[in-house]
Design a protein around this ligand. Structure first.
Ligand code: TTP
Ligand code: MN
Ligand code: MN
Ligand code: MN
Length: 350
């Protein structure tokens, strides 16, 4: 489906991001950075639709086979609106876009960025704090702002948690969890998902998916694994959720909620022993780790859902629903028309 042919001066491209090859390194970095800044800013203002429009435009540019040099080259590419075109034009002509530069310098954007980088703080909380006149992390402490246990941990480990996690560190954490599951339930597999599974050299956290080949054996596994890790002083913070919708407010980008699932999971901060890097002096570094347990029957969907990117997942689900009349989530893929038939059938009973 992927199409990279140049047509009459413009690029032709498949309409859904999940149909396109989107390499990690691409040739239009300055353009996508500008658009993603505006997407982030729109998210900070609660304008999900506007945010998605900028994200879509950036996603199209990431899939271009070469560097864009004039706006005309884009032709009538779908997914790039008026506003995004203006931004692209500015960056192509002047190297920067005044609107983006204004956003980056604005007190609100900078403060929202600072606050949403705290583990456990989402756009709504950050926005409320901004409204209350808070501007710095010191303000939060000095004015006695009420913080959840999660936010306190986020603040305590702020610098570490905002230092990128290297692949080697992710693998080392993965091995530690592997060791723990072998003690608690031999045969359990641990799969590194998220950005690292997409080949990113570093990430903001480590996403690990646990499953056991025999259905049902995974029940109760997570709490035992977490207890054991805790007993080994590997855990600085954790809160677990049982098979329910994730209502936790985190520093998730806009659209984060449409990828929430019902798996049992643990949001944690690990204490990782390190030799070099920022934590070298004290010998350890705090790292965010998500542990997710999927029953084997749902594992393929869980793995797909937890691999990301968020935009890729959103687009895959949109493709399933609009082009195939199917429903895709992290638990299953099914024909939505059949479910309606089933509901109609159940309806005749009662
Ligand atoms: P993230 O860890 O937030 O993102 P990432 O791994 O792509 O990027 P980073 O390197 O910055 O960590 O999420 C990983 C994937 O998990 C993402 O595709 C969305 C999915 N996910 C869910 O399915 N449900 C959830 O509740 C959350 C938080 C994420
Ligand atoms: Mn991740
Ligand atoms: Mn990241
Ligand atoms: Mn994660």
């Amino acid at each position: 489906i992927e199409s990279r042919h140049r047509l009459r001066g413009g690029w032709q491209m498949a309409p859904y991001a999940c149909q396109r090859r989107t390499p990690l390194l691409h040739s239009n970095q300055p353009l996508t950075e500008a658009l993603e800044t505006l997407a982030e800013e729109a998210g900070f203002s609660g304008s999900e639709g506007r945010s998605l429009a900028f994200t879509r435009a950036a996603s199209v540019l990431k899939a271009l086979p070469g560097r864009l040099s004039t706006l005309e080259e884009l032709g009538p590419l779908p997914g790039i609106g008026e506003h995004s075109r203006r931004v692209i034009q500015d960056v192509l002509e002047d190297g920067v876009c005044a609107e983006v530069e204004r956003v980056k310098l604005s007190e609100r954007y900078q403060t929202m960025k600072l606050f949403t980088k705290i583990f456990g703080v989402g756009v709504r909380t950050a926005s409320r704090w901004y409204q209350e006149g808070l501007r710095t992390l010191v303000d939060l402490q000095e004015r006695g702002t009420k913080l959840t246990r999660q936010q306190q941990a986020g603040l305590r480990h702020y610098d570490d948690l905002n230092t990128p996690v290297e692949r080697g560190e992710a693998e080392s954490i993965s091995r530690a969890v592997q060791g723990a599951v072998q003690r608690c339930l031999p045969g359990t597999s641990v799969t590194l998902a998220g950005g690292f599974r997409r080949g990113k050299p570093h990430g903001h956290d480590v996403d690990l998916l646990l499953t056991h080949p025999e259905a049902g054996r995974e029940a109760g596994l997570l709490s035992r694994v977490v207890s054991w890790l805790d007993s080994q002083d590997l855990i600085l913070y954790q809160h677990s959720q049982e098979n329910s919708y994730a209502l936790q407010e985190g520093p998730e980008p806009p659209g984060g909620r449409d990828v929430m699932d019902r798996f049992e999971r643990c949001f944690s901060i690990f204490r990782l022993e390190v030799q070099g890097g920022p934590g070298a002096a004290r010998g350890w570094k705090a790292v965010r780790v998500d542990l997710v347990v999927a029953p084997i029957s749902q594992f393929p969907f869980a793995l797909l859902g937890w691999t990301g990117s968020r935009h890729f997942e959103r687009e895959l689900r949109r493709f399933a629903s609009h082009e195939r009349k199917m429903v895709l989530n992290s638990h299953a893929l099914y024909d939505s028309r059949r479910v309606w038939q089933l509901w109609a059938y159940v309806g005749t009973w009662g």
